[in-house]
Write a protein that binds this ligand. Structure first.
Ligand code: COA
Length: 266
C-alpha cells in the first residue's frame, strides 16, 4: 500500500455516512485501516452502515443525529472520540437534503429545510467538531455539489446552500490553517445508484441525457468520489487546503447544462 494512503490508527467520522456516496467514503477509509464512525438520522440505517463498514476490517461505530440539531451533533463528536480513543483525524460533512422543485413551488420552509441541512448542518458539524480535531494534522472534507457553482432549475435551495458550503470551506481553511487543520470540498458529479440521482433523473431518458452531458460519458460511482477523499485526507495532500475539487467526469467544467435541463423533464 502507498504509505500516503495508510489510515491505520486514524479516526474518521462521516456525517451522512449511512448511505450512498458518504457510505462509500466511509468504507474507503475503513479499507485503508481507519477507525470509522458513521452518522445518520435513522438508527437502523446507521447500524446497517456500521456493519457494512466493519466488514472491511477494523473498528466501526454508528450514531444517529440530525445535523440541524447542534446539541445532537456535539454529542456525537464527544461520544466518537471516547469510542475511538482519541481525536478526530478526518471529519467528513456529507449530510444533505434535496428535492426538485421550482422556487414558486416551494414554501419558505421547504427552502429553509435544505439550507438547514446542507449549510447550517455543515457549520454545526465543523463548529462542534473543532475542539475534537487532531491539531495539527486534521483534515476536513465538505461534500459539496455541482449546484454550488452551476445554476440549475428546480435547485434554488441546493444551489444557495452548497455555494455557502464551499465558502465555509474557503474561509475555515484560512481561519484554521494556522492550527494545522486543512479544509477542502469534494464535488461529486452525477453518481449512479444514489438517492440524489434517483430524485434528479428518475427516468432512463433523463439518465441518458445526464451521461451525454458528462465529458467522460458516464455517471460516476461512490468509489470515484471516495478515492478523491482518500487523497484529500492523506499526507499526499498535506499542502492542499481551501480547495473545491470536483470528482465528476468533467461535469462542472462542461457547465453540466444537460443535467439541469434533464431535471426539468426536457
Ligand atoms: N416540493 C416542494 N416542497 C417540498 C418537497 C417537494 N418535493 N418536499 C418537501 N417539501 C417541503 C415540505 O412541504 C415542507 O414545507 P412546508 O412545511 O411549508 O409544507 C418542507 O419541505 C419540509 O418538509 P419535511 O418533509 O417536513 O422535511 P424533513 O425535514 O422531513 O425532510 C427534506 C427534509 C425535505 C430535505 C427531505 O427531502 C429529506 O429528508 N431529504 C433527505 C434525503 C435526501 O434528500 N437525499 C438526497 C440527498 S442529495
Amino acid at each position: 500500500m502507498n504509505a500516503n494512503f495508510d489510515f491505520n490508527k486514524r479516526n474518521v467520522l462521516v456525517f451522512g455516512g449511512t448511505s450512498g456516496i458518504n457510505l462509500g467514503i466511509a468504507e474507503a477509509y475503513a479499507k485503508c485501516g481507519a477507525r470509522v464512525g458513521v452518522v445518520g438520522r435513522n438508527p437502523e440505517k446507521a447500524e446497517a452502515a456500521r456493519q457494512a463498514v466493519a466488514a472491511h476490517g477494523g473498528d466501526a461505530f454508528c450514531y444517529s443525529a440530525d445535523v440541524r440539531d447542534f446539541e445532537a451533533v456535539s454529542a456525537v463528536h464527544k461520544t466518537f472520540v471516547k469510542d475511538a480513543g482519541g481525536s478526530i483525524d478526518v471529519l467528513v460533512s456529507g449530510a444533505a437534503g434535496n428535492f426538485p422543485a421550482p422556487a414558486l413551488g416551494m414554501s419558505p420552509n421547504g427552502f429553509k429545510s435544505v439550507v438547514d441541512i446542507d449549510l447550517m448542518g455543515t457549520f454545526h458539524v465543523l463548529r462542534a467538531g473543532f475542539e475534537h480535531l487532531t491539531q495539527p494534522g486534521a483534515s476536513i472534507i465538505n461534500v459539496s455539489a455541482p449546484q454550488a457553482s452551476i445554476a440549475m432549475p428546480l435547485q434554488s435551495h441546493v444551489c444557495a446552500a452548497k455555494a455557502g458550503v464551499d465558502m465555509i470551506t474557503r474561509t475555515l481553511a484560512i481561519e484554521w490553517g494556522p492550527m494545522g487543520i486543512r479544509v477542502n470540498s469534494v464535488v461529486p458529479g452525477p453518481i449512479d445508484g444514489t438517492e440524489g440521482m434517483a430524485r434528479l433523473a428518475p427516468t432512463q431518458k433523463m439518465r441518458d441525457a445526464v451521461e451525454k452531458a458528462v465529458p467522460l460519458q458516464r455517471m460516476g460511482t461512490p468509489a470515484d468520489v471516495a478515492d478523491v477523499c482518500l487523497f484529500l485526507a492523506s499526507d499526499a495532500a498535506r499542502y492542499v487546503t481551501g480547495v473545491i475539487l470536483p470528482a465528476d467526469g468533467g461535469a462542472v467544467a462542461a457547465g453540466s447544462a444537460g443535467m439541469g435541463m434533464s431535471s426539468m423533464g426536457h
